[in-house]
Write a protein that binds this ligand. Structure first.
Ligand code: SF4
Length: 282
């Protein structure tokens, strides 16, 4: 067998293992406050905006405390307003900043202030209706992601919104892997066999190579692997890819050869501004 055939077989085995793993309970869809309960029926403005507020605050990816805090703030502090962003946008910047300790929405002042900034932008650009972020044409996940990032959502927050909307069938179509630290670590080890990190663009292309129809489908298995085994210090013995992944195993090819076969010419890291305007589906 030639090296290239070996490497293609390697990725077939990885794909099969990821597919099997994606059906395990570790990869079950998440429950999204205000969104999952409304799934399969028209979403009201208040549920959409409450959900978006949770995603702005949850920069650590699904911390239950953050969502509980958010619910407490909306229900107890603001008495469940019809439009949480309208209430927040009425504060001046200084007034909102002064409530940092009292509201305790998030330990980081920057995130507290981001809430105000995004609330005002949603009021101004989307008439206070967060649903328009994904209901206005074009309604592709990539377009919605761009809108969220332009509003000031963090990479993690915007990714979370897209993932949840796709899970709950409010948004359809393929979406690339988003190279947060956890996904990048797992993908890099599978593709290079080392701890050297791939660039954001390479992670996108790696996702397409592994699952062209919808690379995003790999986000949940990769995120789960990063939590259960592929941590900063890899615990390969606890990983379902243990017998396949090039990181703990000896193969007759190198990480560089894998990259060349799977990704072709090594790509460059793009700046966010380039990436936002770059049609990555070309
Ligand atoms: S086998 Fe090890 S390096 Fe490979 S994905 Fe699993 S934990 Fe990460």
């Amino acid at each position: 067998m030639s090296e290239e055939v070996f490497i293609k077989q390697y990725f077939k085995d990885i794909q099969t293992a990821l597919y099997e793993f994606s059906k395990s309970p570790s990869c079950s869809p998440m429950y999204w406050e205000w969104l999952s309960d409304a799934a399969h029926r028209p979403l009201c403005i208040s549920d959409a905006n409450n959900f978006l507020l949770g995603c702005i605050l949850d920069i650590r990816a699904s911390s239950q405390d953050t969502w509980d805090n958010c619910a407490f703030f909306i229900e107890e502090v603001l008495s469940s307003p019809e439009n949480v962003f309208a209430v927040i946008a009425e504060y001046t910047q200084a007034e909102w900043e002064a409530e940092f300790d009292a509201y305790g929405l998030h330990p980081e002042r920057l995130v507290h202030m981001r809430v105000h900034l995004i609330a005002r932008s949603i009021m101004r650009q989307y008439r206070g209706d967060g649903r328009l972020l994904w209901e206005l044409e074009p309604t592709t996940p990539r377009e919605v992601f761009k809108r969220l990032r332009m509003l000031g959502f963090s990479n993690t927050g915007a990714t979370m919104v897209i993932g949840a909307l796709k899970d709950e069938k409010y948004l359809f179509g393929p979406f690339d892997l988003v190279s947060d630290a956890a996904v990048t670590r797992v993908v890099s080890r599978i593709f290079t066999g080392t701890d050297a990190l791939l660039s954001a663009d390479e992670v996108i292309h790696a996702g397409r190579y592994l699952h062209q129809p919808d690379p995003w489908a790999l986000d949940r298995p990769f995120s789960a692997l990063s939590r259960m085994a592929c941590r900063k210090k890899a615990e390969c013995n606890a990983c379902p890819l243990m017998n396949i992944c090039v990181y703990p195993n000896e193969y007759p090819f190198s990480g560089d050869e894998i990259l060349m076969v799977a990704l072709g010419t090594v790509t460059h890291q793009m700046l966010l501004s380039d990436w936002l305007h770059h049609d990555v589906h070309t």
